[in-house]
Design a protein around this ligand. Structure first.
Ligand code: C2E
Ligand code: CA
Ligand code: CA
Length: 620
């Protein structure tokens, strides 16, 4: 970002010995491949970064979601779904006719010039060079020392080195096998891992006894516990959950930690009702632990039960169903919910939608709509908000309420948010080219997306490719999820960093949900957008006083105050009196397809500016 070099994101292999592995102490990847990539970056002018390094091997997921340009540390037959699959072989090693290629894999997003540069660079590295590099990396990692003789041999002859490399790689393969076995136990909770669940699920589904099995998902709202008591409390709470589960699980059950805050059990029970009763009891017992000063609520621990029965579901599907049920139980204030036929239909539809999402993005099914903002005094359109519509091939045009909450829940919203940013910046550039440089555009980002480490870098990357005045871009932080303390700190860093780019940041839906005065204290913002609910409550004296306080507070903190959901004339008058700066709502305009909005922007510019008594039509 600072250097202006193109940023290339790499997904690393955390557990592949001297070639590449994650070092928890430094929080980075170490080994021969990271060293090679660092040298490449320095020599060829790229900013090569490992994407969210960690102990987990996330390469397949990152490749599938096209979040990275390069997959590193690939061996043998591993392939990555959805990548362009172009391999760049670094070297091969083998003995007795058993050859293995060690390669990198470009994803579809890898820029062409970067591919060319890296290909050329790798071509300049011989087998012997790699042998030396691997041995050097092995010597630098004391935990996995190579026989001293082999290291000394590095100075002697290439033939000796290659032999040493073969020995080393064999050991690596052995270690990989061991790592796989280890990965059946989750180090955090002592329960099984997702891999163990997959194994067990495969076995059960091949067996007649599957009729007795249920997939139970226990949702622990660790975000909430973390918010109340800190991250350590959240971890302790997860451990407590795991302990209860271990005690309650029967001999035929397989209990695992499916994700942070999500425990899953393949549970054998005589009937659906038995399974439900069991899951309810587990949830209640976990909740009864005296955590966070007893501040837990019913919805903080809930269970979902998906009977496996005759249906041929994949594990992912069953997990999705059970998780959906657990989350629904939370919303309904119940301990547990079981997939009944009706509920399942609902889950089924959501599952299908989620499965269609990636394809939808690839095929440009998401369309940009724009809803105007008007100046509270002149009623002239001063900007617009980018909103998504999904033109689904079978379901027709879908409004955001059909897919945004689902994508947020499943942690998939980030890709859509960034697509929205791309479209918004393209639109702003188009306006700038036509000489329109006083019309701003805002786009929505979920809090979770803002709280990601690479957020600001990715925004910078998109913005820097486009030519328009930066201050015309506004990022709205939407109300969706509560953040842990760590995430909140990261969100603060993101806000500071994107504002340094010249981009503006405002709170959306202010005054509702999780946003609060605390947020105003914590985050330096350019504006706040008062939620529609507050605007609706202006009818009452209380509502008015509240709104007045918010407008004044916003102004005194140097922020622009916007109001949304304006539908009636009396609301316009009242908001004007209270001193709101910018208004938005159906009274002025509904969201319009981008092409239509563009037409109106240019038409409005051709009209002479009015005296503030003009039509309330958003200048269009
Ligand atoms: P939002 O950001 O609060 O956007 C305003 C929503 O209120 C829009 O609904 C808009 O059509 C609606 N609205 C505007 N004026 C009025 C009014 O006067 N009366 C009423 N009743 N409604 C009004 P829409 O387009 O359905 O969007 C719903 C929500 O979906 C948005 O709420 C936003 O949070 C989210 N969203 C839409 N596109 C995206 C996206 O690309 N990324 C993310 N993260 N969220 C998005
Ligand atoms: Ca918004
Ligand atoms: Ca809003």
């Amino acid at each position: 970002m600072q250097s202006g070099e193109p940023i290339i994101y790499v997904a690393g292999n955390p557990d592949n010995g001297p070639l590449e592995s994650y070092d928890p102490e430094s929080g980075t990847y170490v080994g021969a491949i990271p060293a090679f990539l660092a040298q490449f970056a320095a020599d060829c002018g790229y900013d090569v970064r490992y994407y969210e390094p960690g102990r987990e091997d996330r390469r397949a997921g990152l490749a599938e979601n096209l979040q990275v340009d390069l997959i590193s540390g690939c061996v043998g037959e591993e392939r990555y779904a959805n990548t362009a699959g172009e391999r760049l072989v670094l070297f091969t090693a083998g003995q007795d006719g058993e050859e293995e290629a060690y390669f990198l894999c470009f994803t579809e997003t890898a820029p062409e010039d970067f591919r060319d540069a890296l290909r050329d660079y790798a071509a300049g590295r011989s087998q012997a060079w790699w042998t030396g590099a691997v041995l050097e990396a092995a010597a630098a990692a004391p935990a996995r020392t190579v026989p001293a003789a082999a290291v000394a041999g590095a100075a002697v002859a290439v033939a000796v080195l290659l032999a040493a490399l073969v020995v080393l790689l064999r050991r690596l393969r052995r270690e990989r096998r061991r790592a796989r076995a280890r990965s059946m136990t989750d180090p955090e909770t002592g329960l099984g891992t997702a891999a163990a669940l997959e194994d067990a699920y495969g076995r059960v589904m091949r067996d007649q006894s599957r009729l007795f099995y249920h997939l139970v998902y226990i949702h622990l709202d660790l975000d909430h516990v973390g918010y109340l008591g800190g991250q350590e409390q959240a971890r302790a709470f997860l451990h407590r959950g795991a302990q209860v589960l271990q005690q309650r699980a029967g001999g035929a059950d397989v209990a695992v930690c499916a994700e942070w805050g999500g425990l899953a059990v393949l549970h054998r029970a005589g009937s659906d009702a038995d399974a439900e009763a069991w899951a309810s009891a587990v949830a209640a017992e976990i909740r009864d632990a005296d955590f966070a000063g007893g501040a837990l609520q019913r919805a903080d621990v809930t269970a979902g039960v998906c009977p496996l029965g005759d249906e041929h579901r994949t594990l992912d599907q069953a997990l999705f169903h059970a998780r959906q049920c657990a989350l629904t139980a939370g919303r309904e204030g119940k301990d547990c919910r079981r997939c009944g036929t009706e509920q399942c239909l609902h889950c089924q539809e959501r599952w299908q939608l989620l499965s269609d999402f990636d394809r939808g993005l690839e095929r440009d099914e998401f369309e940009l709509y724009i809803q105007f903002f008007v100046d509270a005094h002149s009623y002239r359109a001063v900007g617009g908000e980018a909103l998504s519509r999904w033109n689904h091939p079978r379901r027709g045009r879908l409004n955001p309420d059909r897919f945004i909450p689902l994508l947020e829940q499943e942690g998939r919203i980030g890709r859509l948010d960034f697509r929205g940013l791309e479209l918004t910046c393209t639109f702003l550039e188009k306006l700038a080219r036509q000489g329109v440089e006083n019309f701003f555009l805002s786009c929505n980002f979920s809090r979770g997306t803002f709280a990601r480490e690479d957020f600001a870098a990715r925004v910078a990357e998109v913005v820097e490719r486009r030519d328009f005045p930066r201050k015309l871009l506004i990022l709205e932080i939407t109300e969706s999820a509560q953040l842990s303390r760590q995430e909140a700190e990261q969100m603060l860093r993101s806000i500071v960093a994107v504002r340094k780019l010249g981009v503006r940041v405002i709170f959306d839906d202010f005054g509702m949900g999780f946003s609060s005065f605390h947020d105003l204290q914590e985050y330096p913002m350019d504006g706040l957008k008062l939620d529609k609910d507050l605007v609706d409550h202006m009818e009452t004296e209380r509502g008015r006083i509240l709104l007045q306080g918010l407008v004044q507070t916003g102004h005194r903190l140097g922020m622009t105050v916007l109001a949304e959901g304006v539908e009636e004339d009396w609301q316009i008058e009242a908001l004007r009196e209270l001193g709101c700066d910018v208004l938005q709502g159906f009274r002025f305009s509904v969201p319009l397809p981008a092409a239509e909005a563009e037409k109106r922007i240019f038409e409005a510019l051709r009209q002479p500016p009015d005296d503030g008594e003009g039509e309330q039509n958003g200048g269009a």
